[in-house]
Ligand binder design. Structure first.
Ligand code: SF4
Length: 357
């Protein structure tokens, strides 16, 4: 290893690498509009660039500015997010847009504190927005940057620990330049995403090898150190796919918080016991149904548990109720679906039902 890596040397190498290899034509890089940058930053949390691009383009086409987003119904926002996952991001985006409309006269805040006061915007996201939109000097510390810094300095502790995170912020602060801060911010994200990758870092392409402690140790993928994890607990749920006149299926809106909050899903009972489902439907939904089939179980992993979904198909029997009395319920037309946010397994099951028509 060659001596100490000074902040000036780090920046110089990183920016020289960025000028040659960095990404400069992503859709959100074509403007310095803070709204567009904000939407991209939120979408890019936990999601890769290639997945985000089509979602971003569709979202911006429908919600071109913060006012259009604030004025839109949440269902439509969730609909445009369907498939991206982590739906709290969409709900927070919508809440924050309303706050900007109502408390900031529709103008995007320009300070770190004001941005961080909005739902869904942490210190790193706020720093990135201000660096890209207004060239303000703020460090960022997203997953990519954490990976680069923990490897560069061989940080031997889990970066989520309070003290470790604090020292990573200090390193990030030291490295962040006053000049070309937008390019620097993009550069360090790009280095993490394309070279210092999670599984297989491509050290042979990296401008930092001569100063990287993890590289010198010979096993850079060891960093960042993982948290000691307990195995995820398993939970079971039964989803009832009730058809009316073959072409419609009952969907209910989930409560605003919790898993798939605010999205539309099938009526659901905890557990995987499929006995007495018809009685349950009569008592809970006020519907007479005939159970037709139990479909194969669908596993779905959340960050804190694994859900095993038992889908069961059923048909409405007797006179179908003309008006659905239950709140937040709808007979969803399989062939002519309207715009509403759907959880990924629900979307898959609806697709299966369409094919089986
Ligand atoms: S040398 Fe390898 S491990 Fe070190 S920062 Fe570069 S890509 Fe990451």
């Amino acid at each position: 290893m060659n001596g100490k890596l000074s902040p000036a040397l780090f920046r110089r190498r990183l920016l020289a690498w960025f000028d040659k290899h960095g990404r400069k034509d992503l859709p959100w890089q074509r403007s310095r509009n803070p709204y567009r940058i904000w939407v991209s930053e939120i979408m890019l949390q936990q999601t890769q660039v290639s997945t985000v691009i089509p979602y971003y383009n569709r979202f911006l086409k429908r919600f071109a500015n913060v006012k259009q987003l604030a004025d839109a119904p949440i269902d439509e926002v969730l609909h445009h997010w369907t498939g991206l996952g982590y739906y709290a991001r969409a709900r927070n985006l919508h809440k924050a847009a309303k706050l900007i409309r109502d408390q900031h006269h529709g103008r995007f805040p320009k300070s770190l504190d004001a941005l961080q006061a909005l739902p869904g915007i942490g210190r790193s996201t706020a720093g990135a927005i201000l660096a890209f939109a207004y060239s303000q000097r703020h460090p960022i510390l997203d997953g990519n940057v954490k990976r680069v810094l923990t490897r560069l300095h061989a940080v031997d502790r889990w970066p989520g620990e309070r003290e470790t995170e604090k020292s990573l912020w200090e390193i990030a602060e030291r490295y962040t330049p006053a000049q070309r801060v937008g390019d620097y911010t993009q550069a360090i994200m790009d280095l993490g995403a394309t070279v210092c990758r999670r599984g297989q870092p491509r050290c042979e392409l990296c401008p930092m090898t001569s100063h990287c402690v993890a590289y010198a140790e010979g096993d850079p993928a060891r960093y960042p150190i993982a948290k000691q994890r307990k195995p995820l607990p398993d939970k079971q749920a039964t989803m009832l796919l009730i058809r009316r006149d073959r072409h419609e299926v009952l969907l209910q809106r989930r409560p605003p918080t919790g898993i798939w909050g605010g999205l539309w899903s099938f009526p659901e009972r905890p557990g995987n016991d499929i006995n007495d489902l018809a009685t349950w439907a009569r008592e809970k939904l006020g519907l007479s149904i005939r159970i037709t089939q139990a479909l194969p179980v669908i596993p779905h992993t959340f960050s804190h548990f694994r859900l095993h979904i038992q889908p069961v198909t059923a048909e409405l029997v007797g006179e179908p109720p003309v008006i659905m009395e239950l709140p937040d319920s709808v007979w969803y037309k399989l062939e002519h679906p309207d715009s509403r946010g759907l959880a990924a397994p629900v979307q898959r099951l609806l697709q299966q039902m369409r094919k089986a028509q």
